[in-house]
Design a protein around this ligand. Structure first.
Ligand code: ATP
Ligand code: MG
Length: 870
C-alpha cells in the first residue's frame, strides 16, 4: 500500500468511528513559552487536556507534523544512524476528550492494525504499565484485561514507568500507556531470540509503532499525582514506521516516504545508497533533515541565531556537514530536494507546495553561508595545526573553533586525523560541559503549582472594548528564573490586558486594590490558552476585587503600529505584487517590524510609494470594521489574508480598514487617522528572498520629524544660516578637500627642506656621517626623512628625536654596511637611550624607534648618541 493511502485509511477509519478529522497544526509554536516545536500529536490539544478550553468535538483524529530535536524529546543524534527515528515525523493519532476510554481505544487500535491493514497478529506485542511504588500506582489491570481479549498472554508484556507512563512534561496531565510493538525480523532471526526479549531494547526491527496513552492523572509541582476529573485518550502512531511494516521493509528509509528523496540525492551526488555505511548515514541524515528544515520554514520559522530559528539552523548545518564530509558536496545542493518534497507531500501538506520557492531560497542561502564558514574554519584549523607543538591539538582550541566559528567538532577530529594529529577530546568535552552548565544555569526555572482561589475556568478577554475592568484573581503561582528572579503569574476571571501574540507585545499596566494599593503588571502572555499577568509581587489581599487598568498610552502607540502593519502589508502587495507574503512581524509601542517575501532591495521610489500608499489611507480616515467570531470560510471569501504557520480556529476575527482585510487577534485603532503618520526608517534583507521593513507611526513619527528638524536647524546655524545649507555644506567639503591637498604638498616640501638642512649639518666622526637632532615632525615624517637621507648618504648614523602631544620619540637610522662592519645596532641604541625618555622600543638593526613619556630627557639622549660610534 502506498504511503498516501496508508495515511488516508487511518483517517477514514476513525472518521467512521465518529471522529472529526482536523489538519495538522503548524509545527512551530509561536505563542507558547513552554514549548518550541510540536513534539507529539497531543501538543496542539494541551489546552483541552488542561481544561483551559473546550474542543469542538470530543473525538478527533489527525496526522500531526512532529519535531523531536530539543527539550524533553530529542532524537537528533540518533537520526541517520538508526533506521526508525526521524527529526520530523508524522504522528497519526486519535483522541477522546472525556469521551471513550481504554476499552474503545484498545479495540479500535487492534481492529485497524490487524483487520483494516491486515498486519499479521503474530508479529505484534503489546505492553502494559506494571505500576510504580514511588507514585503509589498499581499495575494497569484494566488495560491488561482488555488486551487479553485479542492477544495471547505471552505477548502482553509488563513495562516500567520509563516506557509505560507518559508525561507531557515535569508537570501536567499524564497517565499509563500501552504500546504496540512489531517484530519484523526474519524467521531465522526469530528462532534465535524471541521477540518479546527485544521489545523496548532499541532493536531496529523490533520497534514501537503505536502508543495508546490513558490520561487519567495530573502531575503536580511537588511530584505527586492527582486524578483528573475527565479521562482522556491520546494515541500516537509513527506514520513512517507504519509504512515500513505495511510495505514489508526493514527500514523507514526504504519506504516510499523516503526513496524519492534518496534517489534524488544519489542523482545529485553520484553516490549510491546501500553500498557503504558512512555514505548511507550521510544520505539518511540529509533525506531526513531536509524535511524538518523545509517544513519549519514553510511554517514561518526562518533559520536564525536564537531560539527555534537556531535549532533549525543547526539541523540544516548538520545535513550540510554530512554532505560536505561524506558525499564530497562543497556547493549547495540540499535546496534542490525541496522539489521532490513538494511533489510527494504537497498533497497532504499544501504549505510545502505553496511555499516552495521561498523554502528553496532560504535553504540555499543558508547552505552557502555555512559552506563559507566551513572554508574559513579550515583556514583557522590549519593555523592551529601549524601552531601546535607535539601531536595533540588542545580541546580549548577546538572548542573555540566550534563555539565562535560554528566549526563542527567531528570535522575537526577527522581533519586532524588525516594530518596524523590527535584531538584532545576530553579537553573539548570539559569545555562543552562548562558551557552547558553556564547556559543551563541561565535558563533554569522553577514553577510552583497554581493556587486556586476560586473556580472560574473561563477567563474572559475584554481588552478589545475596554482598558479597565473590575477583576478577581482566580489563581496564581510563583515562578523563579535566573533571568527575571522571582515573579508571580496571575490569572483573572476577566481581563482587559492583551496577551503577547500575533506579533503584538503584551499589555502593561496595574491592578488597584480597594484600599488604593497598586500592583504593577509588567507583561501579559498566553500559555495553553490562559492569559497570564506577570507581577513582581502579590497584592496583599489576593481575594479582593481589583480595578485592572491597562497602560493606555503604550496601548495606543502599539495599536497605531499594528494597524499600520496591516496597511503596509496591503501597500506592499499592491506596489510590489501579490508574491509578497507576510513572514513575520513585531508590533511594539515604539516601532513596528514587518518581514515579507520579495526578491530584491526596494528602490527609493518604491519605498516612497509604499509610504504614500499607507499615509493616503491614514489621511482617508478609514474606520475600523471588526468582525468577531465569523466562520473562517466567510472571512476568506471576503478576501481576508491568512498566514501560513498560524493556528486559526473555525471562527475567526477579521479586521478591515477599507480594502485591507486580515484575520487578526490583535488590537487596533478605531480609525486610521489615529495612526497620525507612517514613516519607514529602514529596509533590508533578513534571509534570501525575505526583506524587512522597520517603520514608526504616531508619537514616534512626530519625534522623528522633530529631532530631524532640530538637527537641521543646528546644522544650518553652524553654516552661518546659509540660505541653501546643502550647497553650503558641499562648498565646505570641497574647500576641505582642497586644503588637505595643499597640506600634503606643503609637508612634502617641508620634508625635502628638512632633508637638505640635515645633510648640511652632518659631521664626520671616525669615518661615520653623524647627526643627532630634534625635529618638528611626527613619527612617519621622521622615518621618511631618515630613509631619504639614508638613500643619499653612505656611512650614516642618525639619531632623530621629536616631541609630540607631550610624548618623546627617538628614531635611529644606521647604514647597513655600518651595521655589518662595526657591529652597530639601531635597536640596541634606542633601547639604551630610551631610559632618558622613560620609555622603550625596538626595531631592526638599521632602523628602530622608541617612545617615552619624558620629553625633558630628549636632550640628554641626543648628547649620548655620539658615544656609540666614538
Ligand atoms: P521510541 O522509544 O521508539 O523512541 P517513543 O517512546 O519516544 O518511541 P512516543 O513518544 O510514544 O514514542 O511516540 C509515539 C509514536 O511515535 C511511537 O510509537 C513511534 O511510532 C513514533 N515515534 C516516536 N519518535 C519518533 C521519531 N523520532 N521518529 C519517527 N517516529 C517516532
Ligand atoms: Mg523516543
Amino acid at each position: 500500500m502506498k504511503s498516501q493511502d496508508i495515511r488516508s485509511k487511518f483517517l477514514s477509519f476513525f472518521e467512521e468511528k465518529k471522529h472529526t478529522i482536523v489538519p495538522s497544526a503548524p509545527m512551530v509554536l509561536k505563542d507558547d513559552p513552554t514549548l518550541m516545536f510540536i513534539n507529539a500529536g497531543m501538543a496542539p490539544f494541551k489546552e483541552y487536556f488542561l481544561g483551559n478550553a473546550v474542543p469542538k468535538s470530543n473525538r478527533i483524529a489527525d496526522t500531526q507534523k512532529c519535531l523531536r530535536v530539543s527539550g524533553k524529546h530529542n532524537d537528533l543524534e540518533e537520526v541517520g544512524y538508526d533506521t526508525y527515528h526521524h527529526t520530523l515525523f508524522e504522528m497519526l493519532g486519535n483522541w477522546s476528550f472525556g469521551d471513550y476510554f481504554k476499552k474503545e481505544a484498545i479495540a479500535w487500535a487492534w481492529e485497524l492494525l490487524t483487520e483494516e491493514f491486515g498486519v499479521d497478529k503474530d508479529i505484534l506485542y503489546v505492553t502494559v504499565f506494571e505500576g510504580d511504588k514511588e507514585d503509589g500506582l498499581g499495575m494497569d489491570t484494566e488495560a491488561y484485561e482488555l488486551w487479553k481479549q485479542f492477544v495471547p498472554e505471552d505477548r502482553i508484556l509488563m513495562g516500567n514507568k520509563k516506557d509505560n507512563f507518559w508525561e507531557m512534561g515535569d508537570q501536567g496531565p499524564c497517565g499509563p500507556c500501552s504500546e504496540i510493538h512489531v517484530d519484523i525480523r526474519s524467521a531465522a532471526e526469530k528462532a534465535k531470540i524471541a521477540g518479546k526479549d527485544l521489545v523496548n531494547m532499541d532493536h531496529p526491527q523490533v520497534v514501537e509503532i503505536w502508543n495508546l496513552v490513558f490520561m487519567q492523572y495530573n502531575r503536580k509541582a511537588n511530584g505527586s499525582l492527582e486524578s483528573l476529573p475527565d479521562k482522556h485518550i491520546d494515541t500516537g502512531m509513527g506514520f513512517e514506521r507504519l509504512c515500513m511494516v505495511l510495505q514489508g521493509k526493514q527500514s523507514n528509509y526504504d519506504t516510499d516516504v523516503f526513496t524519492p528523496i534518496i534517489r534524488e540525492i544519489e542523482a545529485i551526488t553520484h553516490k549510491e545508497y546501500g553500498k557503504d555505511e558512512k555514505t548511507d548515514i550521510a544520505i539518511r541524515v540529509i533525506s531526513d533533515h531536509v524535511r524538518a528544515v523545509a517544513f519549519a520554514i514553510a511554517d514561518g520559522q526562518l533559520p536564525s541565531n536564537t531560539g527555534a530559528g537556531y535549532v533549525i539552523r543547526r539541523i540544516l548545518r548538520r545535513a550540510v556537514r554530512y554532505g560536505f564530509t561524506f558525499l564530497d558536496k562543497k556547493e549547495p545542493f540540499i535546496y534542490r530536494l525541496v522539489e521532490v518534497l513538494a511533489q510527494k507531500m504537497g498533497h497532504a501538506f499544501p504549505e510545502i507546495k505553496s511555499q516552495k520557492q521561498i523554502v528553496e531560497n532560504v535553504i540555499k542561502e543558508e547552505e552557502n553561508s555555512f559552506l563559507r564558514t566551513l572554508e574559513q574554519g579550515l583556514v583557522l584549523l590549519n593555523r592551529i595545526v601549524e601552531e601546535t607543538k607535539g601531536d595533540t591539538v588542545s580541546g580549548e582550541k577546538a572548542f573555540e573553533l566550534y563555539d565562535t566559528y560554528g566549526f563542527p567538532i567531528d570535522l575537526t577530529a577527522l581533519i586532524l586525523n588525516e594530518k596524523g594529529l590527535k584531538l584532545d577530546q576530553e579537553g573539548f568535552k570539559v569545555q562543552l560541559e562548562k558551557q552547558k552548565t553556564r547556559s543551563r544555569a541561565a535558563s533554569e526555572m522553577s514553577t510552583d503549582d497554581w493556587t486556586i482561589l476560586y473556580d472560574d475556568a473561563d477567563e474572559e478577554f475584554v481588552g478589545y472594548d475596554t482598558l479597565t475592568a473590575n477583576v478577581k484573581i482566580t489563581r496564581y503561582r510563583k515562578v523563579v528564573s535566573k533571568k527575571d528572579g522571582e515573579m508571580y503569574q496571575l490569572v483573572f476571571n476577566i481581563t482587559p490586558f492583551y496577551p503577547e501574540g500575533g506579533g503584538q507585545v503584551g499589555d502593561k499596566g496595574y491592578i488597584e486594590a480597594a484600599n488604593g494599593d497598586v500592583t504593577y503588571i509588567l507583561d501579559t502572555k498566553k500559555e495553553n490558552n490562559v492569559i497570564i499577568h506577570f507581577a513582581k509581587e502579590l497584592p496583599e489581599d489576593v481575594n479582593g476585587t481589583f480595578k485592572a487598568i491597562v497602560d493606555d498610552e503604550e496601548r495606543a502607540r502599539t495599536e497605531a503600529n499594528h494597524s499600520a502593519t496591516h496597511l503596509l502589508h496591503q501597500a506592499l502587495r499592491e506596489i510590489l505584487g501579490t508574491h509578497v507574503e507576510q513572514k513575520g512581524s513585531a508590533v511594539q509601542s515604539k516601532s513596528l517590524r514587518f518581514d515579507f517575501s520579495h526578491f530584491s532591495k526596494l528602490t527609493d521610489e518604491e519605498l516612497r510609494d509604499v509610504e504614500n500608499f499607507v499615509n493616503a489611507r491614514i489621511e482617508g480616515k478609514l474606520p475600523l470594521e471588526e468582525k468577531r467570531n465569523i466562520p473562517k470560510e466567510e472571512a476568506i471569501a471576503e478576501g481576508a489574508m491568512s498566514l501560513f504557520g498560524e493556528k486559526y480556529g473555525d471562527t475567526v476575527r477579521a479586521i478591515r480598514f477599507g480594502q485591507s482585510i486580515e484575520l487578526c487577534g490583535g488590537t487596533h485603532v478605531k480609525n486610521t487617522s489615529d495612526i497620525w503618520h507612517f514613516k519607514i526608517v529602514s529596509e533590508g534583507a533578513v534571509a534570501a528572498g525575505i526583506r524587512r521593513i522597520e517603520a514608526i507611526t504616531h508619537d514616534a513619527a512626530k519625534e522623528f520629524y522633530f529631532d530631524n528638524n532640530q538637527a537641521y536647524f543646528e546644522m544650518k546655524a553652524l553654516l552661518n544660516n546659509a540660505q541653501e545649507p546643502v550647497k553650503a555644506l558641499q562648498n565646505l567639503q570641497d574647500e576641505n578637500a582642497g586644503l588637505k591637498k595643499q597640506i600634503e604638498a606643503l609637508l612634502k616640501d617641508k620634508a625635502k627642506n628638512v632633508k637638505g638642512e640635515l645633510k648640511s649639518e652632518l659631521t664626520e666622526v671616525n669615518g661615520v656621517q653623524f647627526l643627532a637632532k630634534q625635529l618638528d615632525l611626527d613619527a612617519a615624517g621622521i622615518k621618511d626623512v631618515a630613509f631619504e637621507l639614508g638613500g643619499e648618504v653612505d656611512n650614516l648614523f642618525l639619531l632623530l628625536a621629536a616631541e609630540n602631544d607631550g610624548k618623546a620619540l627617538l628614531s635611529c637610522y644606521i647604514s647597513k654596511n655600518l651595521v655589518a662592519d662595526k657591529g652597530l645596532n639601531a635597536g640596541q641604541v634606542v633601547r639604551d637611550l630610551g631610559k632618558y625618555i622613560q620609555g622603550g622600543g625596538g626595531g631592526q638593526p638599521f632602523f628602530a624607534t622608541a617612545g617615552g613619556k619624558n620629553p625633558a630627557g630628549i636632550q640628554e639622549a641626543l648628547e649620548k648618541a655620539k658615544d656609540f660610534i666614538a
